[in-house]
Write a protein that binds this ligand. Structure first.
Ligand SMILES: [Ca+2]
Ligand SMILES: [Ca+2]
Length: 467
């Protein structure tokens, strides 16, 4: 198809979509529905240039949720015509900066990233994020902004990704890998391939479902479209919740059931046989997010042609590390803790992320591990048989009280029951290192050193005299 015609069609589609589309979504929310208490995973060392040398100002720690932090810079740095700031990222498994400003002023220059529009990415708190993992990012701000703190909105993901992919229809959310509910689609004999890879009818999705991740990614509507030509099924999944590009970790799949045969087709950056992923802004979400375009030959599900295909049953999944879990976090490392003391606690939350009631098991967890006593639970608001309505949550604190040195861990299995009464299981893995206090190395003051020298000289003289 002619390139200009494609552009015209896409523009027309966007115009129609903006005018009266059922898929036109409200502005994305900046705070996800399911936020749990602060659980730091890493952060940024902040340095500023003062009199030609980098000076460490402080450390800002972050967890999986984009949180706003601020730091006061030394007056000597802010008084300059330009303020040079360095952010040295540490910890976690991924890290993103949504905004970094000095007072209200965005940076005028940025280095240490390959993103061509990095300045625009960090200028606003809008879910359009800059990948900052293991990077040292250097920023220049206009100076003379006395009293203006450095403000950073950022997130650091845990090393271990938790949660399940989002499932469509949502009835499959309890077990997205084994769909039991399907959308129905009957390929049309006279169907046509979409005008461009991303050109499916924006006004008429197969599904549009709100996805609410527990991984620190934004709430967003996930859209699915499907169409066909004579021999190929085309589908798209627009996963607006996935605003992070995580290589092969991000994926989407279409499961097709036809004549009792079920086959899954998955697309990721390294799996492009059935389609391709992109990371784009659209009229449905103005920040970069994942969009998957599938092209699946109907022969793959045993159909000779569209006319021959009959009714197809379709189920979709999307993961990015945007995901959803009812137990969060599912793992925690307490670090090094003195034997005989108790670490600060971390909060664990059980949230009903589903559309119907969730009932805690009786018992809702069991503790058979030999180290259970070293990871005490306190402040429990969860209890056996408690019913959580959709969106509600309960929790408890867990801490580490080592009784021996070395690495210790415990695995605690949790059980909840879905509204139909099926059990869902999830382990909580806790670990820590017990250590003993290292005796302080004695240090000598200059006067002490002088005294020691005098004693040694005196001793030497005494030995010489004796010999
Ligand atoms: Ca941004
Ligand atoms: Ca992602």
């Amino acid at each position: 198809m002619n390139h200009r015609l494609v552009i015209t069609l896409v523009a027309l589609m966007i115009a129609v979509g903006a005018a009266a589309s059922p898929t036109a979504v409200a502005r994305p929310s900046l705070d996800p529905t399911f936020m749990t208490s602060f659980d730091p995973q890493g952060g940024f060392e902040v340095e500023v240039l003062v009199d030609g040398s980098w000076q460490r100002v402080g450390t800002l720690s972050f967890d999986r949720y984009v949180r706003d932090r601020e730091l006061t810079l030394p007056a000597a740095a802010i008084a300059a015509p330009q303020v040079w700031v360095r952010l040295v990222q540490y910890g976690g498994g991924a890290a993103h900066v949504d905004r970094v400003v000095l007072g209200q002023a965005p940076p005028t220059r940025i280095a240490g990233t390959e993103e061509s529009d990095a300045l625009a990415l960090v200028a606003r708190r809008d879910n359009d994020v800059l990948d900052a993992f293991a990077k040292t990012i250097e920023l220049t701000f206009p100076g003379w902004l006395q009293g203006s703190p450095l403000r950073i909105a950022a997130r650091v993901e845990p090393r271990v990704n938790e949660g399940l992919p989002f499932a469509f229809p949502p009835a499959n959310q309890y077990d997205p890998a084994a769909p039991v509910a399907f959308y129905h689609y009957r390929p049309r004999a006279a169907g046509q391939a979409p005008a461009s890879p991303d050109g499916l009818d924006a006004t008429n999705p197969l599904f549009a479902e709100l996805s609410r991740p527990t991984t620190g990614h934004p709430d967003g509507v996930t859209y699915g479209w499907v169409t066909n030509d004579r021999d190929t099924l085309y589908a798209e999944v627009e996963f607006t919740s996935d605003n992070t590009r995580d290589g092969d970790k991000d994926w989407s799949s279409v499961t097709i059931r036809r004549d009792g045969m079920t086959k899954e087709f998955r697309v990721a950056e390294n799996e492009t046989r059935w389609g391709r992923p992109s990371f784009v802004r659209t009229d449905r979400a103005g920040y970069r997010h994942k969009l998957y375009a599938f092209a699946i030959p109907l022969a793959e599900v045993g159909a000779k042609s569209a006319q021959d295909a009959g009714d197809l049953e379709l189920a979709f999944a999307a993961y990015g590390t945007a995901a959803v879990t009812w137990l969060s976090p599912t793992s925690h490392y307490f670090g090094e803790v003195l034997v005989g003391t108790t670490s600060p606690s971390t909060h664990v939350t059980i949230t009903n992320v589903y559309g119907s009631d969730l009932t805690l098991g009786t018992p809702y967890y069991t503790r058979g591990g030999g180290n259970a006593g070293q990871f005490p639970f306190t402040n429990e608001t969860c209890s056996d048989g408690l019913v959580l309505s959709p969106g509600s949550s309960c929790g408890f604190d867990v801490s580490f009280a080592p009784t021996t040195t070395g690495r210790v861990g415990d695995v605690v299995p949790f059980t909840v029951l879905t509204a139909p009464g099926a059990p869902l299981m999830q382990d909580l893995v806790v670990e820590g290192d017990g250590i003993v206090a290292v005796p302080a190395v004695p240090t000598l003051t200059p006067a002490g050193v002088g005294l020691a020298v005098l004693v040694l000289l005196g001793l030497g003289y005494f030995i010489l005299r004796r010999s």
